[in-house]
Every structure is written in structure tokens, then in C-alpha cells.
Design a protein around this ligand. Structure first.
Ligand code: FAQ
Length: 319
């Protein structure tokens, strides 16, 4: 009985800290479900950043100029860095990197559905920077205020870098949209193919979202899936107009009384099919990750051996 009431009191105090907007730090007491939910979300976010290197990485050797190649290389490297911050944030919750990687490679953990779509043209690299990074920023700006300290601080840095990514993508689209007929067509085609999958990045509708209600109470999430998606839809309309391209959603229309754009419905069948492993590139993405991970084994072994040697030297050193 005493144990139960102690637990209830701890949970009450924990929720009070959340309600008072005091950050939760790694050594603070937290309910098991809060810890598990955070590990789930942060690690899936990390996996998305790392798997997300593959679609654009595919174009590093095919970038149309040295300048474009340098920018793309730097962007893809940034995504690797984001993955590392986020894996580190997950590890502060008591799970090892190895366990996280195993969950990704076995398919137990998800990563953002968008990265299972292929990059077919240079226009796709523009659309990914503009729309995919754009959607990621929309979400991540709100996560800068998430209740878990290491995640919130990681988000601040990540958002700065994602802003550069978004701009470089839009600039590619602008160059194509102002180019030849063929280039304009390439930009339109990329917009058409990436627009709807970008909307899917925000997850299922609020009523269908398994984790949202509890994550909002714990302030792990600060805005709901639908609210963030609407923000992204609203900001994208004038961007498409400025490019002079056609909007892929034929139902898009300004709703004066809502102060937002009304829009068409996402193909949810496609969304669930992709997150359940049946997208164009799901198998290829995981196989590539597994291969790269295996090829990197000697680097990890060498680092571990070096670390062990340093430890032994430190133990022997009388100072
Ligand atoms: N794809 O109950 P909810 C980026 C899953 S970073 C795959 O609503 P939650 C940077 C969800 O995990 C992009 N799975 O879940 C970049 C859950 O499955 P589970 C990643 C999805 O967590 C740019 C189930 O459906 N950003 O792109 C998706 O409350 C360019 C039920 O859903 C983040 O991860 C989806 N789209 O809300 C890199 C941001 N949507 O775990 C390279 C942080 C939902 O029960 C190049 N994460 N699911 O098996 C979040 O804000 C949230 O986790 C949501 C989902 C909003 C993604």
C-alpha cells in the first residue's frame, strides 16, 4: 500500500514539474512509460536522420556542378550528425547504441516513411530539401520545447542546420522552375511525387494517433500531428505559387473562417503500407544500412582496442 502511494506521489510530482515547464534531466526520476515512449520517439527520429542520408546520398556523384556537390555532401553529413546527437540523447535514458541499431535493423523500430521513396531525378534532391526538411523543421521547432532536456537541446542545434537544408532545397527548385521547359517539368514532377509523402511525415490523424494524447500530457510532443501538418500545408502554398508550379492537391483552397487552407485527404492506405515495410525502397534501405554497419565493424573494433589500451595505460600511470 505504502509502495503504491509512494509511486503515486512520485508520479504527481513528476507531472507537476512537466506542468510547470521544468525540464526532465537524465538522472531525474521518471515513470517507466515516459522513459520508454521517449526512447521510442527519439531513437526513431535518430534512425530517420541516418536512413534519410540514403536518398540524397544517391545523388552525390551526380550533382550537376561542383558547388551543388559540395552543398549536398555537407547536408548529408549534417544528417549523420543529427543521428548521432539523437542516439546520444536516447542513450541518456539507459539504452545502448547496439540495442538501438539492432531494433532498426530487425525492423522492430520504425523510421520516417518518406525515406522509402526513391530519388529519381536531380529535382528530387530539391524537393527533399524543400519539402522533407521543411516538414521536419515544422515538427522540430515545436520539439525544441519538449520536456526532456537532452532532446530539447539537441533540437535547437538541429533546427539551425535544417533551415539551411530547407533553403538549399528551395533554391534548387527555384533554379529549375526558372530554367528550360524540361527543367520546369522536372521540378513539377518532383513536387508531385514528394508532396503527399511529406504530409505523411506528420503521422496519422490525431484521432488515430496511438501515442499523441499521452505524449501531449507529458509535453514530449508540444503540438499534435494534425496541427503541425496544417502549419506545413499553409506555409507551402505561397512557396509553390512563387515557384510558379501547380499545386499537387486539387482541393486546396483558402478557408477564411478557419484562417487556414482546406485540403484533400492523404492516401492512408499508402502510408500504412509504407510504414509496414512495403514501400518502394524499404528493403533496400535496411540492407544498405546493414552492409555499411558490417563494413564498419573493424573501425569500431579498432576504437575499442585503442580505448582499452588507453585505460590500461591510465591504470599503470602513477600520476
Ligand atoms: N513514418 O501515435 P503516432 C528528417 C508511426 S527527421 C513512419 O502518431 P508519434 C530530417 C509512429 O512511430 C524525420 N512511422 O506516433 C531529414 C508510431 O509507431 P510505433 C523524422 C510513422 O510518435 C530530412 C505509429 O506510426 N522526424 O526528416 C510516421 O506520437 C531530410 C503511430 O503514430 C521525427 O521523427 C511516419 N511518417 O508521432 C533527414 C520527429 N508517422 O512507434 C534526412 C520526431 C507515425 O508505435 C533528409 N517524432 N509513425 O511503432 C515525432 O514527432 C513523432 O514520433 C511523429 C509520430 C510525429 C513522427
Amino acid at each position: 500500500m505504502g509502495g503504491n502511494s509512494d509511486q503515486a506521489e512520485l508520479e504527481r510530482q513528476f507531472q507537476q514539474r512537466i506542468d510547470d515547464d521544468i525540464k526532465i534531466e537524465p538522472k531525474d526520476w521518471m515513470p517507466d512509460a515516459y522513459r520508454e515512449n521517449l526512447i521510442r520517439q527519439i531513437s526513431q527520429h535518430a534512425h530517420s536522420e541516418v536512413i534519410g542520408m540514403q536518398p540524397e546520398g544517391n545523388y552525390i556523384t551526380r550533382a550537376p556542378s561542383l558547388r551543388r556537390k559540395l552543398i549536398l555532401l555537407s547536408k548529408v553529413q549534417d544528417e549523420a550528425g543529427h543521428g548521432l546527437y539523437l542516439y546520444s540523447a536516447s542513450e541518456t535514458l539507459g539504452i545502448s547504441r547496439l540495442e538501438l541499431i539492432e531494433a532498426l535493423q530487425s525492423g522492430a523500430a520504425k523510421y520516417a516513411s518518406i525515406f522509402n521513396y526513391p530519388t529519381q531525378t536531380w529535382g528530387d534532391v530539391g524537393a527533399i530539401g524543400w519539402l522533407v526538411d521543411g516538414a521536419a523543421i515544422c515538427n522540430q521547432v515545436s520539439l525544441q520545447r519538449t520536456s526532456y532536456g537532452p532532446y530539447a537541446r539537441g533540437m535547437i542545434r538541429i533546427c539551425k542546420e535544417e533551415s539551411f537544408h530547407q533553403r538549399q532545397g528551395y533554391e534548387i527548385m527555384l533554379a529549375l522552375a526558372r530554367g528550360s521547359d524540361e527543367q520546369r517539368q522536372m521540378a513539377q514532377d518532383s513536387l508531385n511525387r514528394f508532396y503527399w509523402p511529406a504530409l505523411m511525415m506528420f503521422g496519422p490523424h490525431d484521432g488515430e494517433s496511438a501515442h499523441s494524447a499521452q505524449s501531449m500530457r507529458w509535453k514530449i510532443k508540444r503540438e499534435t500531428n494534425d496541427a503541425l501538418r496544417q502549419k506545413f500545408i499553409d506555409q507551402t502554398v505561397p512557396q509553390i505559387e512563387f515557384l510558379g508550379l501547380d499545386h499537387p492537391d486539387r482541393d486546396i483552397s483558402w478557408n477564411e473562417s478557419r484562417g487556414h487552407y482546406d485540403h484533400g485527404e492523404i492516401d492512408w492506405h499508402e502510408f500504412y503500407s509504407v510504414i509496414n515495410g512495403n514501400g518502394h525502397c524499404n528493403r533496400q534501405r535496411l540492407q544498405h544500412h546493414i552492409r555499411a554497419h558490417q563494413e564498419g565493424e573493424w573501425v569500431r573494433d579498432a576504437l575499442a582496442a585503442y580505448q582499452e589500451k588507453q585505460r590500461q595505460r591510465d591504470c599503470q600511470d602513477p600520476d
